[in-house]
Design a protein around this ligand. Structure first.
Ligand SMILES: Cc1cc2nc3c(=O)[nH]c(=O)nc-3n(C[C@H](O)[C@H](O)[C@H](O)COP(=O)(O)O)c2cc1C
Length: 176
């Protein structure tokens, strides 16, 4: 059975820890973990996997974490073909300190990989969250798993567990 590629960008280590937690939950035999800063060279690294989980925190005012910037820019220009790929996105933000731009990075990744042909899965209801605005909502749901280690770290384990349960519908190795 094919493995899941988990790729994350993280400035202060939060997304990295979350990515490690997700890998632990999934099982190390079922996924490979990569840092965008240290391991990523080109879109081919992503294209090596049919199933991807992408982690990105939000910085600035709703912008993607630094290590994703250049890769996203390059892919926008080169337009690698992600058709046939299944992608789920997660990322932490700060629903109080950055309430008007909560987890904006998720929407940026979603739009870009969707435009490149990928199937994006793992949308999460906004009901359990409190924030003013987010550009990461499509059809009333977050495009991926929004997390908040600043204000709601007590909810993280359950949010991850529920999300991985949801992903079983599209990631066959999680349901096996
Ligand atoms: C300068 C700064 C800007 C931030 N901007 C946002 C933002 O626009 N939206 C948001 O939801 N979180 C924002 N955050 C919160 C970070 O996304 C959050 O702290 C996250 O856990 C960092 O993850 P990382 O260490 O993996 O990069 C910001 C934090 C800082 C320090």
């Amino acid at each position: 059975m094919s493995k899941i590629g988990i790729f994350y960008g993280s400035t202060s280590g939060v997304t990295e820890e979350l990515a490690e937690k997700i890998r632990e939950e999934i099982g190390e035999d079922l996924c490979d973990l990569y840092s965008m800063e240290e391991d990523f060279d080109s879109a081919d690294d992503l294209l090596a996997y049919d199933y991807l989980i992408l982690g990105c925190s939000t910085w600035g005012a709703g912008e993607v974490q630094n290590d994703w910037r250049e890769p996203l820019f390059d892919m926008e220009v080169e337009k690698p073909d992600f058709s046939g790929k299944t992608i789920a996105i997660f990322g932490p933000g700060d629903c109080e300190g950055h309430s008007k731009h909560f987890v904006g990075a998720l929407g940026t990744l979603y739009d870009q990989f969707k435009a490149l042909g990928a199937k994006l899965v793992g949308a999460v209801s906004t009901e359990d969250y409190s924030f003013e605005k987010s550009t990461s909502i499509r059809d009333g749901k977050f495009v991926g798993l929004a997390l908040d280690e600043v204000n709601e770290s007590d909810k993280t384990d359950d949010r991850i567990a529920n999300w991985l349960e949801l992903l079983k519908a599209d990631f066959p190795m999680l349901a096996a």
